[in-house]
Design a protein around this ligand. Structure first.
Ligand SMILES: [Zn+2]
Length: 453
């Protein structure tokens, strides 16, 4: 299928997160980083508690007042936290508090819009005062304020409306809270890339802690440090120009499957036998989890019976998660690499300007799935594949269309009769069609899309 003249060039940039990984780090370095993350989190939670109330709304923009108050408060000295982390934690907290208020305003606006007792003028008033922070703050704090210009001609009774705004605010306002003490952010002033690694500001003045990186490409961005068991990963937000593919003219219809990664309606398959990569791992994990379950039960039993020595032995020998996790991660990385390589091949060979896939099927809470189906789903890479296709389309300026998957699986793509799916095979008794069910689905996606446009 070819659409002539359908160019894909878009002048845009998108944000893409690049991950950098450290080498394995010693316990001392890990403790230092964990300590910083922990204090960073304390600062955030303190700021949330102190500045997310209605009395602080006016301080949030531009935020210097908060910064000055917190600087003077002595918390930083007490924690012994370098200023670069302390202030970043504060900025992050202020940002979160602002986001909380914005969400709350959206919520109030949607409540107002749905409320049948309110007139159109009432709703306009609410919309106008929510948009002006100083007025909203004055209403919440019972302070006098000047009626906004736009609200002057409205036919409204102000007092009950203000009471309503106050009531909704009280009812739906949340206080942000951070429970993750294993991550912190750092601005370029707090790090430098050098000698194959990154040097981060430590708690000792003029002494930076060196962290060797697997890929020491330097960046000048606000970095997000994520602390793992014995290494760290660094999220680097980067802006990427959308490449655009003016030569791409094809439309492809993509079925995302379990056995083969993707099957196109033109018959091409990418990532054939993905299942072979995923399945042994699923089985290995099932066996492993089963074994671990038994060991864990024995562990609890010996704890119960007061056999602390035995419990300790089991804990040391069998419950170690490190080996288990590193094997799992290695397998995962392998699978992910395979998926990305195959998807790149697909984009290169098919030269699509438009990609049609099905929207993910949502299972309601009432849907009953078998244990093995649940297992398949939880270990399935379909979600990951979808996200990668979306990301790649975005980067390349390729149009992505998601259609409802209803009836793309069980209906014959040749004649439209209901056919029989047996494992990976599709057979139609009416017209005799016989093909892989993935291909049948891909063809149905094509048919459905073309019929609806
Ligand atoms: Zn048929």
């Amino acid at each position: 299928m070819i659409i002539y003249g359908a160019g894909c060039l878009k002048e845009e940039t998108i944000t893409k997160t690049i991950w950098q990984y450290s080498e394995k780090l010693d316990g001392e370095t890990m403790d230092l980083l964990r300590g910083i993350a922990c204090d960073y989190n304390k600062v955030k939670n303190y700021a949330y508690d102190r500045y997310s109330g209605i009395k602080s709304i006016d301080k949030l923009v531009p935020g210097y007042e908060i910064l000055n108050e917190m600087r003077a408060g002595g918390m930083r000295q007490q924690l012994g936290l370098p200023a670069v982390y302390f202030e970043m934690a504060l900025f992050e907290a202020i940002w979160d508090i602002k986001a909380m208020w914005q969400n709350l305003k959206n919520k109030i606006m949607s409540l107002a819009n749905r409320n049948e007792q309110l007139t159109a003028d009432d709703k306009s008033y609410i919309r106008i005062v929510l948009k002006i922070n100083s007025v909203y703050s004055a209403i919440l704090n019972d302070r006098p304020y000047e009626m906004p210009e736009k609200a002057k001609g409205l036919c409204i009774d102000v007092k009950p409306l203000n009471n309503r705004i106050k009531r909704w605010t009280r009812k739906y306002k949340a206080t942000p809270r951070s429970d993750s003490a294993d991550t912190f952010r750092v601005t370029p002033g707090g790090y430098s890339y050098r000698n194959g690694g990154i040097r981060l500001v430590s708690r000792v003045e003029r002494k930076r802690v060196f962290i060797p990186l697997k890929d020491p490409t330097p960046y000048k961005r606000q970095l997000n440090i994520v602390i793992m068991d014995d290494y760290i990963k660094i999220a680097v937000p980067t802006e990427k120009k959308v490449i655009g593919c003016p030569d791409n003219k094809n439309v492809i219809y993509v079925h995302i499957g379990y056995k083969d990664m993707v099957t196109l309606s033109n018959g091409n398959v990418y990532g054939a036998e993905l299942q072979k990569l995923v399945l042994p791992e699923t089985e290995r994990l099932a066996v492993k989890n089963n074994e671990r379950g038994k060991v864990y039960k024995a562990y609890l039993k010996s704890l119960d019976s007061g056999d602390a020595e035995k419990a300790g032995r089991i804990e040391n020998n069998n419950l170690g998660k490190i080996k288990y996790n590193s094997q799992k991660e290695k397998k995962y990385a392998e699978t992910v690499k395979f998926i990305n390589t195959e998807l790149n091949k697909m984009f290169e060979k098919e030269k699509p300007c438009r990609v049609v896939i099905t929207a993910p099927v949502r299972f309601g809470r009432m849907t009953k799935l078998s244990r093995s189906a649940k297992m398949m789903l939880s270990r399935s890479f379909a979600g990951y594949i979808r996200r990668r296709i979306e990301q790649k389309c975005c980067e390349k300026g390729i149009e992505l269309i998601k259609i409802n998957s209803k009836d793309t699986g069980n209906i014959c793509s040749c004649c439209g009769a209901v056919g029989i799916r047996k494992q990976l095979d599709f057979r139609c008794e009416k017209c005799g069609a016989h093909m892989p069910s993935a291909l049948n689905s891909a063809k149905n996606i094509e048919k459905k899309y073309l019929n609806n446009t």
